[in-house]
Write a protein that binds this ligand. Structure first.
Ligand code: HPA
Length: 272
């Protein structure tokens, strides 16, 4: 992976954040942007101000890094991510992960809004991601490899860190929530799927579908960052309910359920 663009972005950000070194990165999905409102925010850096940084363009996604101190831990939060369907190359969509690596993160929590393929998953549920299927998007790791950062042929047999995932599961149990876990598949988007595509994904072993996260998880794992992920199920996937899929509906459910996810994320940070 060519890190030169991310290196320039990270240098720019460091000029603002000085000696604030984040240990944990969090990428907030659709509708979850407000989770750290009212927290002890030390710095805010708009993506648009960082030369060479891709900009988030989707409604419901802001575009900025928050540098937050929470319960004695330094965190960098991404309010809004960069999606492949916005027209960026897959390598560009993972520049933010590379930048957070260069800023110092050792662990990354990925969150997203997703459609439930597994019939057990209903709108409003949270699913902990235990594995993913990346084959429906290009790999972000193609191109020249910089051996200083990672291997040419990285192992992907355990992308989602077992310790972090167990920590997430324990938080669910402690809050009397049933723990749902599963496999997430990323599509290129920007369209939602057809019912036949969803049937295919179910046969392939996918539990939830969305348009992000996998490329970021692969990159973070390649860079040696410990990864974990949660999907907020905003709808049953295509063909599993009568209602047509809409971004407005996805956002509505994400907004309603973000309080629940906010509690989990904060407890997760405390327990790291
Ligand atoms: N499909 C793809 N992406 C999504 C969905 C879906 O059903 N819901 C939220 N993001």
């Amino acid at each position: 992976m060519d890190m030169s663009r991310a290196e320039k972005c990270a240098e720019f950000v460091k000029k603002i954040t000085g000696d604030f070194v984040p240990e944990i990165g969090i990428i907030l999905g659709s509708g979850m942007g407000g989770i750290f409102n009212g927290a002890d925010i030390k710095y805010i850096v708009d993506y648009a101000d960082i030369p060479g940084f891709p900009k988030a363009t989707v409604e419901g996604h802001q575009g900025r890094f928050l540098f937050v101190e929470y319960k004695g831990k330094n965190i960098v939060v991404m309010q809004g991510r960069v999606h492949y369907y916005e027209g960026y190359s897959i390598q560009e969509t993972v520049i933010p992960v590379c930048v957070m690596k260069l800023l110092g993160i050792e662990a990354l929590l990925l969150t997203n809004a997703a459609g439930g393929i597994n019939k057990e998953l209903d709108a409003g549920d949270i699913m902990i991601i235990t594995d993913h299927i990346s084959m429906f998007i290009p790999s972000p790791l193609t191109g020249r490899n910089d051996e200083r950062y990672g291997e040419r042929f990285p192992d992907m047999s355990c992308v989602y860190n077992i310790h972090l995932t167990e920590t997430l599961k324990n938080i669910f149990t402690r809050n009397n929530l049933e723990v749902k876990t599963g496999v997430y598949v990323q599509t290129a988007g920007s369209n939602y799927e057809t019912p036949s595509e969803i049937r295919m994904f179910r046969i392939l072993g996918c539990d939830a579908v969305g348009m992000s996260t996998v490329c970021e998880a692969m990159t973070a794992h390649y860079l040696g960052i410990k990864v974990c992920g949660i999907s907020l199920i905003t709808n049953k996937a295509a063909g599993l309910s009568q209602a047509p899929l809409s971004h407005t509906e996805v956002r509505k459910i994400a907004d309603i359920s973000s309080a629940k996810i906010s509690v989990m994320i904060k407890q997760f940070i405390e327990n790291l």
